[in-house]
Design a protein around this ligand. Structure first.
Ligand SMILES: [Zn+2]
Length: 603
């Protein structure tokens, strides 16, 4: 009974068919596309047929894929799902090869296609095709494209090297505790766990040293890996007529450099707020854990131990109450999700860890969520977060016919916003409960600065490193140390005390700590988006929480937009203009209020 009640209804994806039949149906529609690929542009009728077939295939393909992938996530040990997944991927690749000439044909027939798109029943497709036409200047001659395809396997692999080095080759010393007993550190998360050990400072110190020493011992290798990684990414981008790799990433996001530089500038103005928060946090650590002088190995200690326990039914009620400011229509969708079994709630053996709300939602009626609910208050935040994604999928699938996905740039706003509404609700509910109040405020503030100050610091380092490399200047370990320190000074501030210790052992081991950040090795310039998402979500959540009806109306336009507009235009639907700095200052004002409340909590 409970099992059914708290499980998701994946069977409705099949629509009374067997999985095999759904697969056949998908394959047949794909074959229709293949048959049309060399003539889709020849007549208007063909072109329209192509467009409707594309969406039809997408809808069936999504149902098929979501059925198999979500079953697999629940039963990682069941080989039938892996086999199905491999089958779909394999057949999908074969079909993709057969239609691979499509983009070329689109580019060759631009004028014809543009004339077709004047018809009112298909003119909404214009943006989709304009994005392809815009790519023209980055597409090379046929011969060169063939060469690029041939060498492409040899131009990847840096991320593989990084994870192989840090996950398997890197060896950590045992961390010795106060009684002289060694503790094995096999992975990075083992070390992080030991740093949270409240009772044994010697153990924390040794774990900190072991962790930093291991990374420090490969700092030359990591610097070179990063250098060649960026060099390659920039050369490849330049071959495709981009200024550099960062420019390519921004252009693909339809964002300009101005937005990035504005984020760098405005997040720097969070520095004093960050330090006020940090100072009080450190004072609380000192008092709670009875430490007179804090060291780097004390900073990961928890502030609160006692947490509340929540049942699934209570979690549902909390989410509904917290999201009430979004209005009855929004809550109707939330209740629909609970009642119609969109959610797989419970943890079990061989189930994927963590939580997600599905992508690939076109053609679906339920926007599934995977949870591993553990009765903690954090799990309530998680369901509020994932519900933000799923309700967004609901709205945009009911509003859009073509642009039914979300861009990563704005995709996290609806989910972060729900978490924030939950936090505002809890702050009020628990105003006389010191433990919960501390937990909520610490969570809000650490998340805010973690996504803004910290991520922008990383992004600025990456930006400066690429600048050096593109100017043909050397990029050595001492450059890494210098750029990291400069970025820390700009965004976090470095105290005189810390500066005095910076070259002393063991503190100096952390000077190249920035080389540990995995995303630098992934060729994906994106973390600045975390900061923008966080700032926007906080400002919108605060307005909605305080009853701003205009913002609420605007927010629904935002939820329904999908990818029908460039991300910056979608953000503008809420009345926020990222070209101006106001939104950052608004966010800072809200955060300053939270810090004030945080500072009132004395141990
Ligand atoms: Zn999310």
């Amino acid at each position: 009974m409970t099992k059914e009640k708290y499980n998701w209804d994946l069977e409705s994806l099949l629509g009374n068919k067997s999985l095999e039949d759904l697969f056949k149906q998908w394959y047949q529609t794909e074959l229709k596309l293949v048959a049309l690929v060399n003539s889709f542009y020849k007549t208007k009728a063909n072109f329209k047929k192509w467009l409707s077939l594309t969406k039809e295939t997408e809808a069936i393909g999504n149902r098929l894929l979501m059925y198999v992938m979500n079953h697999n996530a629940e039963e990682l040990d069941n080989p039938q799902w892996i086999a199905w997944q491999q089958k779909i991927v394999h057949v999908g690749n074969e079909l993709a090869l057969k239609t691979s000439n499509w983009t070329n044909l689109v580019l060759e027939n631009e004028a014809k296609i543009k004339s077709y798109l004047k018809d009112s029943d298909i003119k909404d497709w214009t943006r989709e095709f304009d994005l392809i036409f815009k790519e023209r200047k980055h597409i090379l001659s046929k011969k060169a494209e063939l060469l690029m395809t041939k060498v492409s396997p040899a131009t990847t692999g840096v991320n593989d090297i990084f994870t192989t080095l840090t996950d398997s080759d890197l060896k950590f010393d045992d961390a010795i505790d106060a009684k002289g007993k060694p503790h094995k550190i096999l992975t990075i998360s083992d070390a992080i766990q030991l740093l949270k050990e409240p009772k044994d400072r010697t153990l924390r110190r040794n774990a900190w040293i072991s962790y930093n020493k291991a990374f420090n011992s490969v700092k030359n290798t990591l610097t070179k890996t990063l250098y060649y990684n960026y060099l390659r990414a920039n050369k490849l981008a330049q071959i495709r007529n981009y200024k550099n790799y960062i420019d390519a990433a921004l252009e693909n996001e339809e964002v300009n450099e101005k937005i990035l530089l504005a984020a760098y500038k405005h997040v720097a103005s969070f520095k004093s707020a960050y330090n006020e928060y940090r100072k009080h946090r450190l004072n609380l650590i000192k008092k709670i854990h009875h430490i007179t002088e804090l060291e780097p190995w004390d900073l990961s200690l928890d502030l609160s131990a006692k947490k509340i326990k929540v049942t699934i039914e209570q979690a549902k009620q909390e989410v509904v109450k917290a999201l009430a400011p979004l209005g009855t229509n929004y809550l109707k969708v939330v209740n629909k999700a609970f009642k119609e079994n969109w959610i797989s709630w419970l943890p079990k053996a061989h189930k994927t860890t963590g939580a997600y709300s599905i992508d690939n939602t076109y053609g679906l009626n339920k926007y599934y969520i995977l949870m591993n609910f553990d009765n903690s208050s954090d799990a309530v935040s998680t369901i509020a977060h994932e519900m933000g994604h799923s309700v967004c999928s609901y709205y945009l699938n009911h509003a859009q016919t073509i642009y039914t996905s979300t861009d990563m740039f704005v995709g996290e706003v609806p989910s972060i916003l729900n978490e924030m509404l939950l936090n505002f609700y809890w702050l009020k509910k628990y105003q006389n409960n010191k433990t919960m109040k501390l937990h909520v405020l610490e969570n809000m503030l650490s998340t805010f600065f973690g996504c803004t100050t910290r991520q922008i610091l990383f992004s600025k380092f990456e930006w400066e490193a690429n600048k050096l490399i593109n100017e043909g200047k050397p990029f050595t370990v001492s450059d890494v140390e210098r750029l990291y320190l400069e970025a820390r000074k700009t965004y976090e501030g470095v105290s005189k005390k810390a500066l005095a210790k910076i070259n002393k052992y063991p503190y100096c081991l952390a000077n190249t700590g920035i080389l540990r950040i995995p995303h630098f090795y992934m060729n994906n310039f994106y973390v600045y988006k975390y900061a923008i998402g966080q700032v926007i979500a906080l400002v919108i959540a605060n307005e909605i929480y305080n009853g701003n009806k205009t913002m609420l109306n605007n927010y629904f336009k935002f939820l329904k937009a999908g990818t029908s507009l460039p991300p910056l235009e979608i953000i503008k639907l809420t009345g926020i203009d990222l070209n101006k700095g106001d939104v950052y200052q608004q966010a800072l004002m809200i955060v300053n209020k939270l810090i004030k409340e945080f500072k009132q909590i004395k141990k």
